[in-house]
Design a protein around this ligand. Structure first.
Ligand code: NAP
Length: 233
C-alpha cells in the first residue's frame, strides 16, 4: 500500500492505534501531523516517528473547546490542504451500567469522542476540499453499534458517544457526497491503555485497519468498517 505524498492528520498519535497508524502511514510514504494531549508523551512518540519520515507533532487537548479550530489553523499553515483526517483520539470510562456511571461523564466524553471530530471536520473542510481524494475516518468502536447498545449494559456513556459518532459519520458523508469520503472504523478490541490487557488484538492491528480503510475506493462513503470489511451500524 502506498500513501506517497499524502497529507494526513491523526489525532491521538502519541500511543495506541493512532501511534501505529502514524508509523504505518509514514512507512508508506505519507506526511503525518499527529496530535497528543500530554506534551511529554507526544515528544517521545515524535522522536520515534520522525526517524521514519515527515512527522509533525502538535499538542491538542480536546477537553478544551478551542482546540479543534486551533489545530485546523496549524494544519492550514503546514500544508494549505489535507488528504486524510483520522479522528482517532478517544476517551473511555468504564462502569457496569447507567446507574453506576451517573450523569457527569457524558459531557466530557462527548467533547472528545464526538464534538472534537465534528468540529475538526468542520474547520478542516476548506483544506480537505483542496486535497487529493480527501477522506475522513472516524475511529468508532464495535461497542457503539445499535446491537451492542441493546445487548450490553456496561460503559453506556462510551457506547453512546461512539453510536453518536456513527450518526455523525452518516450525516457528514451525506453533506460531502462526492467531495469528501467519510467513513467510521471499528479498530478491534486491542491491548492499548484504553482496551486493557485482556484484549485479544495488538495495537498495531488497529493501525493496519486504519490503512485498509484509507485504501478503499474513494466512492465508498457513509459506511462503518472493520478494516476493509463493512459491518452493520
Ligand atoms: N483499544 C481498543 O480496544 C479500542 C476498541 C474500539 C475502539 N477504540 C477506539 O480507538 C481509538 C484509539 O484508542 P486507543 O486504544 O489507541 O486509546 P489509547 O491508547 O488510550 O490512546 C488514546 C489517544 O488519544 C489521546 N487523547 C486522549 N484523551 C485526549 C484528549 N482529551 N484530547 C486529545 N487527545 C486525547 C491520547 O493522548 P495522550 O497520550 O496525550 O493522553 C492518545 O494519543 C479511540 O477512539 C477508541 O475509542 C479502541
Amino acid at each position: 500500500m502506498s500513501f506517497k505524498g499524502k497529507r494526513i492528520v491523526i489525532t491521538g498519535a502519541s500511543r495506541g492505534v493512532g501511534y501505529h497508524a502514524a508509523r504505518l502511514f509514514l512507512e508508506a510514504g505519507a506526511e503525518v501531523l499527529g496530535t497528543g494531549r500530554d506534551p511529554e508523551r507526544l515528544r517521545k512518540a515524535a522522536s520515534e516517528l520522525k526517524a521514519l519520515g515527515a512527522f509533525t507533532p502538535v499538542v491538542a487537548d480536546f477537553f478544551d473547546p478551542a482546540a479543534p479550530k486551533r489545530l485546523a489553523e496549524a494544519v492550514g499553515r503546514q500544508w494549505g490542504a489535507l488528504d486524510l483526517l483520522v479522528n482517532n483520539a478517544g476517551v473511555q470510562t468504564y462502569k457496569k451500567d447507567w446507574m453506576a456511571e451517573g450523569v457527569d461523564l457524558l459531557e466530557r466524553q462527548l467533547r472528545v469522542n464526538v464534538l472534537a471530530p465534528h468540529e475538526l471536520t468542520f474547520h478542516l473542510l476548506p483544506l480537505l476540499r483542496n486535497g487529493d481524494e480527501p477522506r475522513v475516518i472516524n475511529v468508532s468502536s464495535g461497542a457503539g453499534t445499535r446491537q451492542a447498545l441493546i445487548e450490553t449494559p456496561d460503559m453506556p456513556t462510551y457506547r453512546l458517544t461512539k453510536y453518536t459518532l456513527g450518526g455523525l459519520t452518516i450525516l457528514w458523508a451525506g453533506e460531502l457526497k462526492g467531495a469528501v469520503a467519510v467513513n467510521a472504523l471499528d479498530p478491534g478490541w486491542l491491548k492499548t491503555d484504553l482496551g486493557g490487557p485482556n484484549a485479544p488484538g495488538e495495537p498495531v492491528d488497529g493501525g493496519h485497519r486504519v490503512l485498509a480503510l484509507a485504501a478503499l475506493p474513494f466512492e465508498v462513503s457513509g459506511k462503518f468498517f472493520y478494516g476493509d470489511q463493512e459491518i452493520r451500524f
